[in-house]
Design a protein around this ligand. Structure first.
Ligand SMILES: C[S@@+](CC[C@H](N)C(=O)[O-])C[C@H]1O[C@@H](n2cnc3c(N)ncnc32)[C@H](O)[C@@H]1O
Length: 167
């Protein structure tokens, strides 16, 4: 995914990125080194303290960061308004509802924008090599994921995803 995003961006003079649900800025940290030198990032989250910390990250002079407090469940469209070349997100899509995902696809397609989405987990996990603790660890991860997804109105409910966990 990252190779594909980097190849798409290669040759551009500058790039404007909107990172949805930025958290502490891990996507900026992992992706920015693969993009053109001049970058502007709009970091979007509804957690003000995470936004403040993400905006404080050390960064090169050609990279600007603007934290934007937005409730993405309600105002996704507003988060995408303004100049943007690339949408990024990480560890988000497994938390959202089908309806919200449809909105994201519709808005992205309407703007003809590429999207880089990393770290999506559908509840299925296999570990290699096998360890006797595997199922306990996977169950704990799935219980934690199920708790978080409730905030976004049940991404997996009726999704048809097979789950390795207990729910
Ligand atoms: C699992 S974290 C991922 C953070 C980051 N993208 C990463 O990969 O580390 C999910 C993020 O979604 C944000 N979030 C949850 N609900 C949100 C909402 N309604 N609007 C905006 N952000 C939200 C949380 O504050 C959190 O930063």
């Amino acid at each position: 995914m990252l190779d594909a995003a980097a190849a798409w961006a290669a040759g551009k003079d500058s790039i404007a990125v909107v990172d949805l649900a930025c958290g502490l800025g891990s996507t900026l940290r992992s992706v920015s080194g693969r993009l053109p030198r001049r970058q502007s990032w709009r970091l979007v989250d509804n957690d003000l303290s995470l936004l403040a910390r993400a905006a404080d990250l050390a960064r090169p002079p050609d990279l600007s960061v603007m934290p934007i407090p937005v409730d993405l469940a309600r105002d996704l469209e507003a988060a995408l308004d303004g100049p943007v070349d690339l949408i990024t997100t990480s560890a988000l899509l497994d938390l959202v509802s089908h309806d919200w995902l449809d909105r994201l696809v519709t808005e992205t397609a309407a703007r003809r924008l590429p999207i880089y989405a990393a770290l999506s987990y559908d509840g299925l996990a296999t570990l290699d090599p096998v360890d006797p603790m595997d199922s306990a660890v996977i169950d704990a991860v799935n219980v934690a994921s199920a708790r978080r997804q409730g905030f976004w109105a049940g991404a997996w409910a009726g999704s048809g995803c097979r789950r390795a966990g207990p729910f």
